[in-house]
Design a protein around this ligand. Structure first.
Ligand SMILES: Cc1ncc(C[n+]2csc(CCOP(=O)(O)OP(=O)(O)O)c2C)c(N)n1
Ligand SMILES: [Mg+2]
Length: 525
């Protein structure tokens, strides 16, 4: 005889899961206590969405599903946003939720926190299950021998891809976070270096090869997308982040190679001339063993065009970064952070916001794989604290979360969690007083602030002092560099309230074109 609580704990222990991210309450409080008593770490959050985000990023970093434990109905739904985000990003995560009495739920008799959770979860997950009888459940307990079996790609798909690359004048490799997740870092680097093909990392693939690698084409992004003749996607999808693979961002005549574990990604936006369906580790290893030395040669003209564009863009970036406006703009503040982090490659960088995200991605270089964690496929706000906690808990390493002031607000109460568990997390709030900018106006002329305005002069640094953390208030790059250096040296939780010019950002950051045409002032009644 067992019960549901022991069943869950036994299943997790049997499969080597050592941490649960969750939030207690009826009916799972004692499950959390039992897990803790049995040696599983329970990290308790202030909101289930952050617990779910922590679990998801723990899954991404460790390749073992992160576990999120939620109460019934509202707690379950709070966590489900994070679970859906994990599904979209391809992060392994399991949400385990308590439920009110099934018979009452199914008859809709109005139980405490009643919800048909199974059906609510189905559209947003790979799989959703309901366990009713613990004794029957116990009989199905297994230690999973090979949870992520290798998916060996067909040999002919490897040859076809290599032949296509050999025919290319202007080849390009795009690394997505699927490539980072695969933890095939050495082979991926070796393939890129042996072929000499320029590469472009997607945001969370930054650091898979260091950003200052000579073959990085990141500083010539628009040129390489528009002019590449053969493009190899490794663990990157042709979604909105890559303009769906379509013109005008891409050449209409470019041929694509796509390395992906999921066959349904192939041809989803553009015909794929050479699909390689398999796990990335196996695929890149097969590419390496089949590759004939000297068979793939990007043209000298292509490499020169990229080098010229890189140099040109690097010069204009250096000019923008060298300015010291008062108040700070995104460039001068991020320059200060970049300089502090330059010799600290073990620091995790979490990043969300609009301008804070877009400038942060471009300015903060990464040197190691899987160290940059950000808004990802959905461009979602609210992942910051959950990701920071998940990264700190799984690695024990310091985390710097670079947060727009709006983005931080989605999950800000988790600073109490960070302080309670004494995690080495430093939060830099880019305080420009608003969503995108802090100077928008109410077009009615009324007294309410504009929809994008946040509190002027807010002191985010004071929030963390309530929980024993350290707050810093900075208004210039020197102050920011000093505060960040001190906070990292202390290894303790800190918030740096970083005052940014309210007029420095642009609407929607770099995604302006995704907004519908503005109707403000169009005269329509
Ligand atoms: C869950 C969610 N809600 C709303 C949005 C829309 N959104 C995109 S960026 C953003 C906040 C941008 O402001 P901030 O974080 O202050 O960054 P800034 O541009 O000011 O640096 C919002 C609300 C979103 N992406 N995700
Ligand atoms: Mg802002």
């Amino acid at each position: 005889m067992t019960d549901g609580f022991h069943l869950v704990v036994d299943a997790l222990k049997l499969n080597g899961i050592d941490t649960i991210y969750g939030l207690a309450g009826i009916p799972i409080t004692d499950l959390a206590r039992l897990a803790q008593a049995e040696g599983i770490r329970f990290v308790g959050f202030r909101h289930e969405q952050s617990a779910g985000n922590a679990a998801a990023i723990a899954g991404y970093l460790t390749r073992k599903p992160g576990i999120c434990l939620t109460v019934s109905a509202p707690g379950f739904l709070n966590g489900l946003v994070a679970t859906a985000n994990a599904t979209t990003n391809g992060f392994p995560m399991i949400q385990i939720s308590g439920s009110s009495d099934r018979q009452i739920v199914d008859l809709q008799q109005g139980d405490y926190e009643e919800l048909d959770q199974l059906n609510a979860a189905k559209p947003y997950t790979k799989a959703a299950f309901r366990v009713i009888d613990a004794d029957i459940g116990e009989k199905s307990l297994v230690h999973v021998v090979d949870p992520t079996p290798r998916q060996i790609p067909a040999a002919e798909s490897i040859q076809r891809a290599l032949d296509l690359l050999a025919s290319a004048q202007r080849p390009l490799i795009i690394l997505g976070k699927g490539a980072a997740y695969a933890q095939a870092d050495a082979d991926i680097r070796s393939f890129i270096e042996k072929t000499g093909i320029p590469f472009l990392p997607m945001s969370m693939a930054k650091g898979l090869l260091p950003d200052n690698h000579p073959q990085s084409a990141a500083a010539a992004r628009s040129l390489v997308l528009a002019q590449a003749d053969v493009v190899m996607l490794i663990g990157a999808r042709l979604n909105w982040l890559l303009g769906h693979g379509k013109a005008p961002q891409w050449s209409p005549t470019a041929s694509f190679i796509q390395v992906d574990i999921s066959p349904t990604e192939i041809d989803s936006n553009r015909p794929i001339a050479a699909p390689i369906v398999g796990d990335i580790g196996s695929a890149v290893s097969a590419l390496l063993t089949t590759l004939k030395p000297g068979s793939i040669r990007p043209s000298a003209a292509w490499l020169k065009a990229i080098a010229d564009r890189k140099q040109h863009n690097a010069e204009s970036m250096a000019a923008r970064l060298s300015r010291n406006p008062n108040p700070m703009d995104f460039y001068s503040a991020l320059r200060a952070i970049r300089d502090v982090l330059r010799n600290k490659p073990d620091v995790y960088v979490v990043n969300e916001g609009a301008n804070t995200l877009d400038f942060g991605r471009n300015i903060i270089d990464m040197q190691e794989p899987r160290k940059r964690l950000d808004s990802g496929t959905w461009g979602v706000m609210g992942i910051g604290m959950g990701y920071a906690i998940g990264a700190a808990v799984t690695s024990g390493k310091p985390v710097v979360a670079i947060e727009g002031d709006s983005a931080f607000g989605f999950c800000g109460m988790e600073i109490e969690t960070i302080c309670r568990y004494e995690l080495p997390v430093v939060i830099v709030v880019f305080n420009n007083g608003g969503i995108y900018r802090g100077d928008d106006v109410n077009h009615s002329g009324g007294a309410d602030p504009s929809p994008t305005i946040l509190m002027k002069g807010a002191r985010y640094d004071k929030l963390i002092e309530a929980f024993g953390g350290t707050g810093h208030h900075v208004t210039d790059p020197q102050g920011l560099a000093q505060a960040l250096t001190d906070a990292l040296a202390s290894g303790k939780p800190a918030i740096i309230n970083c005052v940014i010019d309210p007029t420095a950002g642009t609407e929607s950051g770099h995604l302006q074109s995704l907004n519908p045409t503005s109707q403000i002032g169009s005269g329509r009644k």
